[in-house]
Design a protein around this ligand. Structure first.
Ligand SMILES: NC(=O)c1ccc[n+]([C@@H]2O[C@H](COP(=O)([O-])OP(=O)(O)OC[C@H]3O[C@@H](n4cnc5c(N)ncnc54)[C@H](O)[C@@H]3O)[C@@H](O)[C@H]2O)c1
Length: 251
């Protein structure tokens, strides 16, 4: 894909699910991939897979909700690969599967601390690193940013915030060579969705019913959209929110 070869790209949440699939696709495309995850072991495992396939990758343990950790993550990518050209921000935590009046403040803070505050911190320091030469950022939101999910209001709110942050910052940096877009996956078969469905027996049938394709996505079906948005083939695309959702938000 045009313009990916040799690019230094960070993937947060790159140790699992959608982030892992994005990291593997970017590695295949010739990017130098920094895989950042709260779980350093998972990040190393994905970096090893890329290197075994002949690609270039480095792993870093990072907590996206912690400012010092995010700064260290960006510094890691720059010191390993000489700069930063792009990022796919996929780190996230799921809904608690509760009605809103049952959600504790700690649960709200964890959800928003990772999904929105963490995304802000990542974008802030990634943009700083890209100001001189430009770049591209993909923020992984969710269809939950557009439509309500049962027992997940705090998650829906965090993902709606991702769209707002993406749109607002996209217009601010549009003339500075930095494109910022979001992808809204529908239900995707990752450890997160499988865990959420195991915790909330009503979730699987409720979610399946709202996907017109009558199935969930494989992580690579979401990651291909991120790969395109990071490439030069998406050179006129910024501030967009792409639903990759089997038709969910078309209903
Ligand atoms: N799976 C779905 O159905 C679905 C649908 C829509 C949106 N999403 C979003 O896609 C993104 C990826 O989710 P997934 O389904 O691949 O989940 P996943 O659980 O498989 O992967 C998420 C990764 O994020 C990491 N992570 C969690 N907290 C972190 C932190 N504080 N700092 C750094 N890393 C952290 C986890 O260790 C994990 O490796 C999330 O933002 C999620 O909200 C998922």
């Amino acid at each position: 894909m045009k313009g990916l070869q040799g690019k230094s790209i960070i993937v947060t949440g790159g140790g699992s699910g959608i982030g892992e699939a994005a990291a593997l696709l970017l590695g295949e495309a010739g990017c130098k991939v920094t895989i950042a995850d709260l779980d350093g072991g998972k990040a190393r495992n994905v970096a090893d897979q890329i290197v075994q396939r002949g690609g270039t990758a480095s792993a870093v343990e990072a907590d996206v909700s912690d400012e010092a950790s995010v700064i260290a993550m960006v510094d890691h990518a720059i010191s390993q690969f000489g700069g930063l050209d792009g990022a796919c921000n996929a780190a996230g935590v799921p809904q608690r599967g509760k009605l809103l009046h049952e959600v504790d403040l700690e649960e709200w803070d964890l959800c928003h601390g990772v999904n929105l505050r963490g995304l802000f911190l990542c974008n802030k320091y990634q943009i700083k690193a890209m100001l001189a030469k430009g770049g591209a950022i993909v923020n992984i939101a969710s269809t939950a940013a557009m439509v309500g999910f049962p027992n997940g209001a705090e998650y829906c709110a965090s993902k709606a915030g991702v769209l707002g942050l993406t749109r607002g910052s996209a217009i601010d940096y549009a003339t500075r060579g930095i494109r910022i877009n979001s992808v809204m996956p529908g239900g995707t078969l990752t450890p997160m969705l499988k865990g959420a469905m195991a915790n909330d027996p009503g979730l699987e049938p409720a979610l399946a019913a709202v996907h017109p394709m009558n199935r969930f996505a494989q992580p690579a079906e979401i990651a291909t959209a991120a790969r395109w948005l990071l490439s030069d083939e998406a050179s006129f695309t910024t501030g967009a929110a792409f639903a990759i959702d089997g038709g969910h938000t078309a209903i």
